[in-house]
Design a binder for this molecule. Structure first.
Ligand code: GDP
Length: 331
């Protein structure tokens, strides 16, 4: 199928949406989808390949970004961590010569400590995240991709690196030769996932504009997730994280080039080939629509700065999903 869909913005009544997402880029659209859909109609499956054990704590950066964003607690300036944060712990840690390359704010620390305590007590990450979300008054359902241990490994000419060493310690400077997901083959999806995919009121599955290699591929590597998307009876739509040949933020375009892929929205469509029914791209990339053999919709902009931008893009995504669903209906 090929085509180009202009977008009237309407949110369909009722029904649920399932979103797959990483951290900051994905969470922007998640916030818009949650606002447009209204209370309790969104389920978000979040990458945990970035999780790591640090200072004896289980840190889950993408889960926390989504949680803080939906709870209205994320820092709008830094883009990560909590608003109204203080840094007494980090200051004291530095004074002691401790491992200070990964910044943990004081309020953020409470989440890591509580999550680690509960994990050690035998609770699953799925259950802990659901409870934290409820306590922080988030109505969307947030779940990790798995309760099992999956760790993203970035392979570089200098050898393999755990994700956070590549991303934070080395600020994404090493060239990426390949990426693997240790433990993925033995992992099972969070129990939230099969229920969300099979929900008869499901309207669409949305792959957020997250880094396809570092944030979405780990989710798809969990056995059963890719297959569920391939066989979904509702439209599966991805939003391109590339605008005008560049990533809005982070190493997506750099990694694409290092892996020998053009940093284009057409290449994003190729990456998700067989998985998605439609790709939403920025008007800046409209010329690429004809290079892609899936349905493409263009939004006037896919850049989300304000809450209004996020809601507008969410409406366009839902409208696109509605069009694709209508086209599937038997005549
Ligand atoms: P991370 O885990 O914090 O790196 O976040 P994600 O993987 O969820 O998001 C990173 C991706 O989001 C990058 O490829 C960015 O290009 C993309 N991104 C960030 N903001 C926007 C935006 O406003 N619009 C679009 N289309 N992509 C965005």
């Amino acid at each position: 199928m090929k085509g180009n869909t202009g977008a009237a913005a309407t949110a369909p009544p009722g029904g649920r949406v399932l979103a797959l997402c990483g951290g900051i880029g994905g969470a922007k659209l998640v916030l818009g989808l949650d606002a447009v859909l209204g209370a309790g109609r969104l389920t978000v499956i979040v990458n945990t390949g970035d999780d790591f054990e640090h200072l004896g704590l289980h840190v889950a950066p993408d889960l926390d970004t989504v949680l803080y964003t939906l709870a209205g607690l994320s820092d709008p300036v830094r883009g990560w961590g909590r608003v109204d944060e203080s840094w007494n712990f980090m200051t004291a840690l530095r004074e002691l010569g401790g491992e200070a390359w990964f910044a943990l704010g004081d309020r953020d620390l409470a989440v890591h400590i509580e999550r680690t305590r509960r994990l050690r007590g035998g609770e699953t990450l799925t259950s802990i995240v659901a409870d934290m979300a409820r306590r922080l008054k988030v109505e969307a359902r947030i779940a990790p991709m798995t309760d099992d241990r999956v760790r993203t490994i970035v392979h570089t000419p200098d050898g393999p690196m755990p994700f956070q060493h590549y991303f934070v310690k080395h600020a994404c400077t090493p060239a990426v030769t390949s990426i693997s997901f240790a433990g993925a083959a033995e992992a099972r999806p969070s129990p939230v996932f099969p229920g969300a995919v099979a929900d008869p009121s499901l309207l669409a599955i949305v792959i957020c504009p997250s880094n396809p290699y570092l944030s979405v591929d780990p989710i798809l590597a969990v056995p059963g997730v890719r297959e569920a998307l391939e066989h979904a009876t509702v439209p599966v739509i991805a939003v391109s994280p590339i605008i005008g040949g560049k990533a809005v933020k982070g190493p997506t375009a750099k990694i694409m080039k290092e892996l020998g892929v053009a940093a284009t929205s057409a290449a994003i469509a190729e990456h998700y080939h067989g998985l998605i029914d439609g790709l939403l791209i920025d008007a800046a990339d409209a010329a690429e629509a004809n290079l892609v053999d899936i349905r493409v919709a263009t939004a006037p902009t896919t850049l989300m700065k304000s809450i209004d931008d996020k809601c507008k893009l969410a409406r366009i995504v839902l409208d696109f999903a509605g069009q694709l669903a209508n086209e599937r209906e038997p005549a």
